[in-house]
Design a protein around this ligand. Structure first.
Ligand code: AMP
Length: 541
């Protein structure tokens, strides 16, 4: 017997319709490429999303065809999120930090029909457009009078001129909630990138979960700043969760330096912000010397790479801001775990709480996880045993776009490529990417632990730990370090700093000072490139 409740497909268009009706006057503020602040409301965003849908109909872009963006976080990008997916097309967010050859590759692979770009990326588009034959319309996200006359790009139109002639009414179509809604390619540090194709259903379920109190805890009382880009895993789903809750949305545009982010947080009274550790490092680096404080920011979710405990305490102790350490992947929409305390932890000391809060956290309803050994046997949740982390759930990938790479699942579970422990309270801690794990004398050393200790030293701005070949131990860790401007630390001082903070045999054998650590298109340290840079390095004898 079936239940007798209404059945309504979970569609992205319903989010913007809801926001318009129930939170129509809530604000959306964007720093524009032009430098000024643009303000409007969910009601305006809904109206212009419908114009986008009509404009796509006008171009005869078919159901499920791909419309690409090369854009910062901003209101026009938001309108494309809703106008493209809501009308049944697939929004393909392209990461502008990729190499132009990779942009060409994924644009062709996705068979993008339209590509909308911020003017910052005009030089990229000029370099790639001739190699993207599927794109029949290039749209510059600007006013009509800002369109360059001699761009050399055929079929170029300004976004404002493109949508202006179209009606502000549109009947959002109803279709199967499992229909594809958006597409994001993995960073592709090894081999070609692979496409992750989200559905309306997966996006809405993920958006619901993101709002939960032990995840982002979003509400209509929040002012939310996603610094995490809309071109990388949909800004962790915030554009959708925001419409679901009616919170104020604040978009930083291209201004991601510490000063600009700080000023936006203060001027827009941001209560919640989301970003990767490198962005927050720039923010704290600006605030400390200028003796600045936050007036209302109370929490921030930090993920994408490991958040060092030193950053968690700096936010809490110096600024009263709670860090929610999160972990996820493009293949997971991306949220997998977020770290918040349980009731039983409230009486613990500050140091004990920090130990828990430094972990990547607990999964929430919708994400199941397990750790397994090399034979696929499930390992215990004791906080010590580490193994390959597998996940499953309704917003986790089943297969890649166009079936690239074959069936990625192992008995229904997605192998994340991360190595982790899970403790008795179900808190997961990432040890490493499996390809970055350092094996010394048969024992594993977590490069993340070694890096976290180094960045706890006041003179260290960034640190990356890699293994180098050793005749007796197979591999030994060394740490590559970027010093903070104007500060100094010697090799010996830094190695001494490790004493008492980790087992003796895990202390790196050497410190290599470097000017910069190579970062990938999503801001993660590129250890493959670091290893190539240090290929002639020899351990001290
Ligand atoms: P991406 O799909 O580009 O977002 O990369 C996902 C990968 O980033 C994960 O598989 C992890 O290796 C890494 N990652 C994400 N969040 C964290 C975190 N909080 N701590 C450590 N690694 C992380």
């Amino acid at each position: 017997m079936l239940g007798l409740m209404q059945s309504q497909p979970l569609l992205i268009s319903s989010l913007i319709e809801f926001a318009e009706r129930h939170h129509g006057s809530a604000e959306i503020v964007s720093r524009r490429v032009e430098g000024d602040l643009h303000r409007y409301t969910y009601k305006d965003a809904a109206k212009r999303s419908r114009q986008v849908a009509n404009a796509l109909d006008g171009l005869k872009i078919g159901f499920s065809e791909r419309v690409a963006t090369l854009a910062w976080n901003g209101y026009r990008h938001l309108e494309l999120y809703y106008g493209v997916s809501g009308s049944g097309r697939v929004l393909h967010t392209v990461n502008p930090r990729l190499h132009p050859d990779q942009i060409v590759w994924i644009t062709n692979h996705a068979e993008d029909q339209v590509l909308c770009f911020d003017m910052t990326f005009l030089p990229i588009v000029q370099a790639v457009h001739a190699r993207c034959p599927t794109v029949k319309r290039w749209v510059a996200l600007c006013d009509a009078d800002k369109l360059p006359a001699d761009s050399g790009i055929p079929n170029l139109v300004s976004y404002e001129a493109w949508i202006a002639g179209h009606a502000t009414t549109y009947a959002w179509p109803m279709f199967d909630e499992n229909t594809a809604s958006s597409l994001c390619y993995t960073s592709g540090t090894t081999g070609n990138p692979k496409g992750v194709l989200y559905s309306h259903r997966s996006t809405i379920l993920h958006a619901y979960a993101a709002c939960l109190p032990d995840v982002m805890c979003l509400s209509a009382r929040d002012s939310v700043l996603p610094v995490v880009p809309m071109f990388h895993v949909n800004a962790w789903g915030i554009p959708y969760s925001a419409a679901m809750t009616g919170c104020k949305l604040v978009f930083p545009g291209p201004a991601l330096d510490g000063k600009s982010v700080y000023e936006l947080i203060e001027s827009e009274q941001v209560t919640f912000a989301a970003g990767v550790p490198t962005v927050w490092q720039m923010l704290l680096g600006h605030m400390k010397p200028n003796k600045l404080h936050f007036s209302v920011l109370n929490r921030t979710v930090i993920g994408g790479s490991a958040c060092p405990p030193a950053m968690i305490s700096a936010f809490k102790d110096d600024y009263g801001v709670s860090v929610l350490h999160g972990w996820g992947m493009t293949e997971m929409s991306p949220l997998g775990t977020v770290c918040t305390l349980k009731n039983s932890h409230l009486a613990l000391s500050k140091d004990e709480q920090l130990k828990i809060l430094s972990k990547q956290g607990r999964s929430f309803f919708g994400v199941d996880m397990k750790i397994v050994d090399s034979a696929g046997k499930e390992l215990p949740w004791d906080g010590k045993t580490y193994g390959d982390l597998y996940v499953k759930g309704p917003w986790i990938l089943r297969e890649y776009f166009k079936d690239d790479g074959g069936d990625p699942l192992v008995e229904g579970w997605f192998p994340t490529g991360d190595v982790a422990t899970i403790d008795t309270d179900a808190y997961m801690q990432i040890t490493d990417r499996s390809k970055d794990v350092i094996k010394s004398g048969g024992e594993w050393i977590s490069s993340i632990d070694i890096e976290n200790i180094a960045v706890g030293h006041p003179a260290v701005a960034m640190a990356a730990c890699i293994g180098v070949a050793h005749p007796k131990w197979d591999e030994r860790p060394i740490i590559a370090v970027v010093k903070r401007p104007g500060m100094d630390v010697s090799r010996e001082e830094l190695l001494k700093f490790y004493e008492g903070k980790t087992a003796k045999w895990q202390i790196p054998d050497d410190v290599v000072f470097v000017d910069a650590i190579p970062l990938g298109a999503t801001g993660k340290m590129l250890k493959t490139r670091l290893r190539a840079i240090l290929k002639d390095y020899k351990l001290p004898v």
